[in-house]
Every structure is written in C-alpha cells, then in structure tokens.
Design a protein around this ligand. Structure first.
Ligand code: SAH
Ligand code: SF4
Ligand code: F3S
Length: 427
C-alpha cells in the first residue's frame, strides 16, 4: 500500500511519524511524498490547543472528497487527537477509517491487513511502550530527532499531554545510543533528544547528564540538542555537563509559562520565578554565549492584569532569544479547564499581543547583536529566497543564510554575519 503521512504538533510527533514509516515500510508498504498517489492518508495529530485540533479537522474535511473518486482510499488518524477523541472522530462520520493512539503504532500493519478498520480503534495506553529495537526513518538528511522518553507525569493543570501520552517512561539508554549512532552513520550531524521533560530521564542508573556524556563521544555527531527542559528538574549537574561537552549546543529551551508565582502555583509548575531566575543566572555564568528560548501562556484562568505584567517584566529582565507565546486554551479533562474565573477571549488575545510585540523587538536585537561576528552554520538546504545561498542553523539555534551551493549541504561552514532580521542571520 502507498501511504502518505502528514504531521502536526511537536517534534515528538515528527519522531513518531518516522517510527510509523519504519513500521509500515518493514511490513512492505511504501511511503509517498505526493498525496495524490496515496492509497492511505494518515494525519498524525496534536491536541495541545483547540487551534491545533481545528487545523487538522479542516485538513481532513478537505481531503475527504478524494474518497468519492477513489472509494478504496483510507484515511487514518494517529497521535494525540486520536488518543483523546478517536472514537468521537469515527462516530462523527468524517470519512476517517481508523484511529490509532500513540502506544499502538506497532499494531498498524495488522490493522491494515485485517480489512475491518473501523473495528480497530486502538487507543489503549501502554505504560511500558517504548518501541524497542525500532530505528526511526529519518526524513531529514542533516538533522535527526531521537526520542529518549515517552509520556509525562507532571500534570501542569492546563496541559493535555499527560492525558494523551500516558505516564513518563525512559527508553533504555543503549537503544537511544544505538539510534543516535545510526543517525550519525547516515550522515546526520545534528541530533535533538526528545522528551516532555528530558531532565527527569532515568534508565538503569543513567540520568540525563550521563546520557549526554555518552552521546558526546559519538564521532559521527557534531551537535547535540534536547527539548524540553523543565525548570523544576534542571540540575546544576546538567548545566555543568552542557558547559563541558563540546558537542552540546549553546541553546536551552526552558519554558517559563508565567512570571508570577501564584499563577505558576495554579499551573502546578513546581518552581517560582526566583528559582527560574537562578537557573538563568547559572546558565549564563557557565555558558556565556547561550541562547535561551521559552514558552509563555497568556490569560491562564484567574490571571490578573498585574500578574500578567509580572510575566512581561520577567521577559524584559531575561531577554529571551525567542518566546513561543500562546493564548490559554481550555482543554477538556484538564484541571484548569474547570477552574472558575476563566479569562475572556478578548483579554487573552490582547495579553498575547502584548507579549508578542516586545518579544519581537528583543529577538531582533538578539539577532542584530550577531552582526560582525563569526558563526558556525550547519548547512541544511538551498535558501528558498536565493538559489545562490544556502541555509542552516547556528549552534545557538538561529537560522542563517550564506553564499553556497548544494555541495555544501550536510557540512559545517563558518561565516561572518553581515545583516540580521528577527528570524535570519545573513552572512
Ligand atoms: N513538555 C513541554 C511542552 C509541552 S506543550 C513543557 O513542559 O514545557 C508546549 C507548550 O504548549 C507548553 O510549554 C505550553 O506553553 C503550551 N501549552 C500547553 N497547553 C496549553 C494550553 N492549554 N493552552 C495554551 N498553551 C498551552
Ligand atoms: Fe504538559 Fe507540563 Fe508535561 Fe510539559 S511538563 S508536557 S507542559 S504537563
Ligand atoms: Fe501536541 Fe501531542 Fe506534542 S498534544 S504538542 S503532539 S505531545
């Protein structure tokens, strides 16, 4: 069967899609990049905010018409939304043939060969599932994602992830090591280790710092990244490891969510703004050129205007290289969705805008501060805007373009930054 897969949501889903590609290819099916050729279309979905779900529902309804011309075409829903509302999706007659949850992907070949898809809604959680001995089929030739843990135990009160991904479990470190080594042997030099809270990785007495040190020894790999770090679990040991291991890139994504302690407590985040600041101070003192990015939520239930201003003022104090700013989105089944004092949509939107505007200024000044400096760029592609330029990322996770051609793809180049926008360094 020719299958096509479209991925939404976080890098975890990107990595899961690459696992699904391995599972289906091993069973004799063929991945196609053109949806018109597909006999099976799959959507790997995200439930983190209502907007993420609405987008996929829109996409599915756009593709349904294909079934008229090709009645044997199948549409499958994978991922977090399948896990959350898979049964509802099938019952709603949206043209979806099957829904399969995040712990059941190894059942896919069986579901496809059974022929009775609708009776195969596989949504059970499996707290042991780590997909052992399955190497992902990396779709990029330069940068790879490797999942080191699945699930989440933190239950931040706004977040659907623990409800759709199940409990936290770490993959065996030797599986992770083997996956990174394989990616390196395939020529991928930039590896991102994935987990909802990588700082709590633990397998057979190997913690996250130990794992990083092992991976730092793999000759084929040049750059190591990881997402996501949780401020409550980020240890000085890890910061020291980042400073000492030459391949760990000078970037950390450290979601703050709110700059106000009462709101952080309501969110069940497990740290204060002072603790967060102490981590930032430590990170900068150990890794002076580190880029720091974050996630922020505007309009969490009961957040007052003053409390929201605490977030704005911490943004100014810290000067994040980039902030992913989100308007709070109530998720059915999470604790915060039933909190009293939900904030009106227009206030959430206005607060969101109040975050985005100053962040854009800060990001621009961060990018501009690189002008005249030498950066190392790992070339990933030809520039979309100029065929005589190539593009890639710096070690501190900024997109850069520089003169070059296709023979530069997959190589590390150093170049001087000449100009900068709020999204690109121009060398
Ligand atoms: N595990 C990661 C990120 C998970 S989701 C972490 O702990 O940070 C990515 C981001 O989406 C979160 O950091 C949060 O900022 C945002 N998010 C999650 N649930 C949300 C919700 N209900 N409304 C708005 N933003 C949300
Ligand atoms: Fe969600 Fe919190 Fe887990 Fe991140 S740590 S996935 S925000 S519950
Ligand atoms: Fe979305 Fe699931 Fe990731 S809800 S953010 S795809 S873990």
């Amino acid at each position: 069967m020719k299958f096509y897969i479209e991925t939404y949501g976080c890098q975890m889903n990107v990595a899961d899609s690459e696992l699904v590609i391995t599972i289906l290819s091993t069973a004799g099916h063929t991945l196609v990049s053109d949806i018109n050729e597909a006999e099976l279309i799959m959507f790997n979905t995200c439930s983190v905010r209502a907007h993420a779900e609405d987008r996929v529902l829109g996409r599915i309804s756009n593709e349904r018409h294909r079934k008229k011309a090709n009645p044997s075409l199948m549409i499958g829903v994978l991922g977090c939304m399948a896990q959350r509302i898979g049964k509802r999706l099938i019952d709603d007659h949206l043209g979806i043939d099957f829904a399969i949850g995040v712990d059941q992907y190894d059942q896919l070949p069986q579901i496809l060969s059974s022929g009775i898809y609708k009776e195969h809604i596989k949504l059970d959680f499996d707290s042991e599932q780590v997909y052992p001995d399955l190497m992902p089929s990396h779709q990029s030739k330069t940068c790879g994602f490797v999942t080191i843990m699945r699930g989440c135990n933190n239950f931040c009160t706004y977040c659907i992830v623990p409800h759709v991904r199940g409990r936290e479990r770490s993959r065996p470190w030797h599986d992770v090591y083997a996956d990174v080594l394989q990616a390196g042997k395939q020529g991928l030099k930039d590896i991102t280790l994935l987990g909802q809270n990588v700082n709590s990785y633990n397998n057979a007495e190997i913690d996250f710092s130990d794992l990083l040190r092992k991976i730092n020894e793999i000759d084929e790999i040049e750059r190591i990244r990881f997402i996501t770090s949780h401020p409550k679990d980020l240890s000085y040991k890890l910061i020291d490891t980042m400073a000492e291991c030459s391949k760990i890139c000078e970037h950390i994504h450290l979601p703050l969510q709110s700059g106000n302690d009462r709101v952080l407590n309501e969110m069940n985040r497990g740290y204060t703004s002072a603790h967060y600041m102490s981590l930032i101070t430590r990170l900068i003192s150990m890794i002076p050129n580190i880029a720091i990015t974050t996630d922020l939520i505007a309009g969490f239930p009961s957040e007052t205007d003053d409390e929201f201003r605490d977030t704005l003022s911490l943004m100014q104090d810290i000067q994040f290289d980039y902030s992913f700013c989100f308007k709070y989105s109530p998720r059915e089944g999470t604790t915060a969705a039933s909190f009293p004092h939900q904030i009106a949509e227009e206030i959430r939107l206005a607060r969101l805008q109040e975050m985005i505007d100053p962040q854009r200024e800060i990001t621009l000044s961060k990018f501009r501060s690189n002008i005249g400096k030498e950066v190392e760029v790992y070339v990933e592609d030809i520039s979309k805007k100029d065929a005589n330029m190539v593009s890639g990322k710096t070690r501190d996770y900024k997109i850069a373009v520089l003169p070059g051609n296709s023979s530069d793809i997959g190589t590390l180049k150093t170049a001087i930054v000449r100009e900068a926008t709020a999204g690109t360094l121009i060398c």
